[in-house]
Design a protein around this ligand. Structure first.
Ligand SMILES: [Zn+2]
Length: 396
């Protein structure tokens, strides 16, 4: 029995070797010195007018909270810059795609509400896309899908959330499934158009992009980077198309904070969810903040526009308010930073925010490796958990 003990280090070595690539990547991922929270909210912009009141309510709410540096929480808003002009498309008998841009007079209340929050420093606009779909794919789908035809011929300002899910992806042609890739010239032209529209409407270059439904490609990264995008928000992996069942699909790769894509764009990871309309309460947001902070990662909380429109709006605002209040109380060192500043701090390894010391980095790494699927279980089964636990005690 005891003679077999020498096998243990061999088993540990095998486990560590099997996960070496992932473990090394986790070591390289920047470790944050303080808890960081940003609420990332997508789908705002060109679309229904009740957004204006929802944005005003959020602006007032965010302005009531402060971190210890005196800064208000920033909501990073994934902005959609245009929506189908259903009336004009109908007038053209559905033969031509036409759109209403966010700076059209018909959307004045929405743009005014966005600008008020940007001026007050509580909203940070991020590029979500010219549209939340690939227009040619929606037009093609309308030929065969009655729901899509009704969407294009329906409300004056339709909701993209009502499109079939595969069509809500912008950077793949999902009129058929599995979806088809777009050509490089199509991607380049669309990226040039949307970044120019963002610049025109907000007077700033879009530096952070959030791919709709997290479907994008190397070609999209290069096209965005050519027009000033420096950071891409990811869910910790990349999807490149919609599969035969319409689900987002990709190569299954893992993406960590601070890793780089094409032309040096920096990835940030947003894999924590806070959708009050789906039942998430402030406590879930706090649990995400606790987990991310233990791993010395910033907390990017994903929440969508739909939470703040309609019947769920008041309850959603209440949960955001509770979350921010409780977060400030529980974490005196908490920082509210917009995603763009989080990315910039990681890019330049800002010593004020990013750890350089061995102990805290090791502590973060030990917390992170427990989140690797199956690794923690294998560590327990082989007894590797014991030396890792001793290491944790040493860093504490
Ligand atoms: Zn979206």
């Amino acid at each position: 029995m005891w003679a077999l003990l020498w096998l243990l280090p061999l088993a540990w070595a095998l486990v560590l070797a099997g996960y070496a690539k992932r473990l090394i990547a986790l070591w390289r991922e920047p470790a944050w010195r303080c808890p960081v929270l940003v609420i990332e909210s997508d789908d705002w912009g060109a679309g229904v007018l009740p957004q204006a009141a929802a944005l005003d309510a959020l602006r007032a709410l965010l302005g009531r909270h402060r971190d210890h540096t005196g800064r208000c929480p920033v909501m990073a808003l994934g902005i959609v810059l245009a929506i189908a002009d259903t009336g004009a498309i109908r007038a053209a008998a559905g033969r031509e795609y036409l759109y209403i841009a966010l700076d059209d007079a018909r959307l004045t209340p929405v743009l005014a509400a966005l600008r008020a929050g940007i001026t007050e420093g509580v909203f940070a606009p991020q590029l979500h896309g010219m549209e939340h779909y690939w227009p040619a794919a929606v037009m093609a789908a309308a030929q065969t899908d009655k729901r899509v035809a009704a969407w294009l011929a329906g409300d004056a300002l339709p909701r993209t959330e009502d499109l079939p899910a595969p069509l809500q992806s912008r950077w793949t042609a999902a009129a058929v499934l599995p979806s088809l890739p777009l050509s490089i010239p199509e991607i380049n032209a669309a990226a040039a158009d949307e970044t120019a529209a963002f610049q025109r409407i907000f007077g700033i270059t879009a530096q952070v992009a959030v791919p709709p439904t997290f479907v994008w490609s190397d070609a999209v990264e290069r096209a965005w980077a050519a027009h000033g995008v420096r950071c891409i928000v990811t869910p910790g992996t990349r999807h490149e198309y919609r599969d035969a069942q319409g689900r987002p699909a990709g190569d299954g790769r893992n993406i960590l904070n601070g890793e780089r894509g094409q032309d040096d764009v920096l990835y940030v990871v947003r894999d924590q969810y806070f959708e009050p309309a789906l039942g998430h309460r402030a406590e879930q947001g706090l649990a995400a903040l606790a987990q991310q902070t233990a791993c010395a990662r910033p907390t990017l909380l994903e929440t969508h526009r739909f939470n703040f429109l309609g019947e769920s709006a008041d309850a959603a605002l209440h949960e955001v308010d509770r979350l921010l209040g409780k977060a400030c109380a529980a974490y005196p060192a908490l920082r509210f930073l917009p995603t763009q500043e989080i990315a910039a701090a990681m890019a330049r390894r800002d010593a004020e925010l990013i750890e350089t010391g061995l102990h805290p980095r090791l502590r973060a790494w030990l917390a992170r490796i427990h989140t690797v699927p199956r690794f923690a279980k294998l560590a327990r089964l082989t007894g590797l958990a014991l030396p890792l636990w001793l290491l944790t005690k040493w860093t504490a």
